[in-house]
Design a protein around this ligand. Sequence first.
Ligand code: NAD
Length: 262
Amino acid sequence: PKPLAGRVALVTGAASGIGKAIATRLAAEGACVVIADLDLEKAQAAAAEIGNADVALGVAANVTDEKAIDEAIAAALLQFGGLDLVVNNAGLSISKPLLETTTADWDLQHDVMAKGSFLVSRAAAKVLIDQKLGGDIVYISSKNSIFAGPNNIAYSATKADQAHQVRLLAAELGDHGIRVNGINPDGVVRGSGIFAGGWGAKRAAVYGVPEEELGKYYAQRTLLKREVLPEHVANAVFVLCTSDLDHTTGLHIPVDAGVAAA
Ligand code: NAD
C-alpha cells in the first residue's frame, strides 16, 4: 500500500501554490484530502485536478471563521471517515515598512496566520484527541520566523507566532500521540499566489532585480544555488507525516536550499 493509504488530510489555503502542491503530494501518497480555501470554486477546481470525489474534496473555509473550520472538518469526517493530518498553510503577505504598516494590516496578517492556524489546530486537535489514533499537525511557517529582514514586520511576526505554536502544541498534544511540526520555506516564487499578487514586485524592488528574475535571484543566494518550488515544500510535509519520522515532534524543517550563516 501507499505510505499514506487510509489517512485523511485537511490542507488550508490549498487552492493555490504551496498548499495545492502539498495536497497533490499527500493524495499521490494515498491520503484523501480536503482542500480548504476562501473561494469554493477554486477549492473545487484544485480538488478536481487532484482526483475524484473519493480522493479529494474542495470546501470554502476562511480560517478566521470558526464555523467554517468546523464545517470543513465535518466534511472530512463525513466524506472520508476521519481526520489524521492537518496542514496550516493558508496565508497572505503584507510587505510594508514599519511606518507604513497600518493597524488593519497587522490585524489581518495576525487574524489569518496566527489566529487562523490556532483555530484550525484547536478544532482539529479536538477530533484527533477523541479519535485516539494520534495524528499530525504541520505548520507552513517561514524562514522569516527566525531571520529578520526589512519591510516585513507584520508577516514575519505572525510567522514567529506560528513557529511557537508548533513548540507549544508539540508539548501539549504529545500525550495523545499527536505530532506537531513546522516547515520553514523561503523564496518559493514560481507558483506562489503571494509572490504573484504584489509581494514579488516589492521584494524585487528591495533587491534591485527585475521581478521575472526573482526566482533566479533567490536561487543564487542559497547554499545549493537551487530555486525552491512548491513541490519541494510538499516533499518535506510528506516526509514529516510518514511513519519514518514518527519519533519527531516540535521540529522545523527549512526548505530554503540553504541559508548562509552571515
Ligand atoms: P498562495 O497565495 O499561492 O497560497 C495561499 C493560499 O491561502 C491562497 O490560496 C489563499 O486564497 C489562501 N488564503 C488566504 N487567506 C485565507 C484565509 N483567511 N482562509 C483560507 N485560505 C486563505 O501563496 P503561497 O506562497 O503558496 O503561500 C502558502 C503558505 O506558505 C503561506 O502561509 C505563506 O506564508 C507560506 N510561505 C511561503 C513562502 C514562499 O516563498 N512562497 C515562504 C515561506 C512561507
